[in-house]
Write a protein that binds this ligand. Structure first.
Ligand code: A3P
Length: 318
């Protein structure tokens, strides 16, 4: 992935004025609108905010990193395009989900300030990790749909740690040890953090306008994927017909997008996304509760207290 040079311009000037911190993986963060955003993507986030014009037919898949974005992309792509491609002809069989549903700030607006997205056929599906309030106004204010996928933050943290250790994004950064990294995570100092504000931003937007923002949990999808495929299809305005139900299309999509299937496809076993991220690193264990293999009871207790303080009374819990 080619990196755009950062000239000495107004983005650089703004960067100098912002509070800076180091993420637990060693990469630089800047505080913007109350969130710790990766400095590497700061320019693309500003370009995305400035230039992206949402269409009412757009579908924006949002998530905190390592919450199941790859799964969400495969599912939504399959649901929306089910009349275009038969399941056994699905582009997912030959393309990584991130190539089919491009990330906005990590790809499109990273490569160009103002990419031409007008020719992409509707409905366009994009993904983003940035917080609700930082999203371009046209996404928040248009009739486009937002689907947020949330995950138990402890599993998300462990997943992210493995992902960062496996992929060397920046050679000059040194990740913290697990206990120090966890401490920083609990302080909310991590990429797109604090996680509680990220989640609550989308949670509150969902409560305010459930027709616009669908709020899903990774754990719920693991428990009953067929139910959630129907739910997503209805939310997007593409409910399954009786005929499609009879054909078992819901189950076929579930199987196509399952962890085991995607992980073992040749296209996802080797090679890179954006030239730097190993495709295989998007498919690790795909389990609920893996954090128990890494974090101590004391860490879990500290986390429980944080959850009570941050999420108490919001209706959102894990
Ligand atoms: P683990 O590291 O816990 O295994 P993201 O896609 O947001 O980067 O999230 C990656 C996490 O989702 C990883 O979690 C990965 O294994 C899991 N994952 C990827 N594809 C999945 C799928 N089809 N079903 C369930 N989990 C999946």
């Amino acid at each position: 992935m080619e990196k755009r040079e950062d000239p000495n311009d107004e983005v650089q000037e703004l960067l100098q004025t912002l509070e800076q911190q180091t993420n637990w993986d060693g990469s630089p963060l800047v505080k913007y609108d109350g969130f710790w955003l990766p400095a590497l993507f700061f320019r693309s986030i500003l370009s995305f905010q400035k230039y992206f014009k949402a269409k009412d037919s757009d579908v924006i898949l949002t998530s905190f990193p390592k919450s199941g974005t790859t799964w969400s992309k495969a599912l939504n792509y399959s649901i929306v395009n089910r009349n275009v491609y038969a399941i056994d002809q699905s582009p997912l069989l030959t393309c990584n989900p991130h190539a089919l549903v491009p990330p906005l700030e990590h790809d499109l607006y990273y490569l160009q300030d103002n990419p031409d997205l007008g020719n992409i056929p509707s409905p366009r599906i994009f993904s983003s990790h940035i917080p609700f309030n930082v999203l371009p106004a046209s996404i928040r204010e248009s009739k486009c749909k937002i689907i947020y996928l949330c995950r138990n933050p402890l599993d998300q943290f462990i997943s992210h740690r493995h992902f960062s250790l496996k992929n060397k994004f920046q050679n000059d950064v040194v990740p913290l040890e697990l206990d120090e990294a966890f401490d920083r995570f609990c302080q909310g100092i991590h990429s797109s953090g604090p996680f509680w504000d990220h989640m609550l931003g989308f949670w509150n937007a969902h409560l305010k306008n459930p027709e616009k923002v669908l709020f899903l949990k990774y754990e719920d999808l693991k428990e009953d994927i067929a139910f959630h495929i129907r739910k997503i299809a209805e939310f997007l305005g593409y409910p399954f017909t009786e005929e499609e139900e009879k054909q078992g299309l819901v189950e076929q999509i579930a199987k196509l997008c399952s962890f085991e299937n995607l992980k073992n496809l040749e296209v996802n076993r080797s090679g890179y996304v954006h030239g730097v991220v190993e495709k295989s690193s998007f498919f690790r264990k795909g389990k609920v509760g893996d954090w128990t293999n890494y974090l101590t009871p004391a860490m879990a207790e500290r986390f429980r207290e944080i959850m009570e303080i941050k999420f108490g009374g919001t209706g959102l819990m894990f």
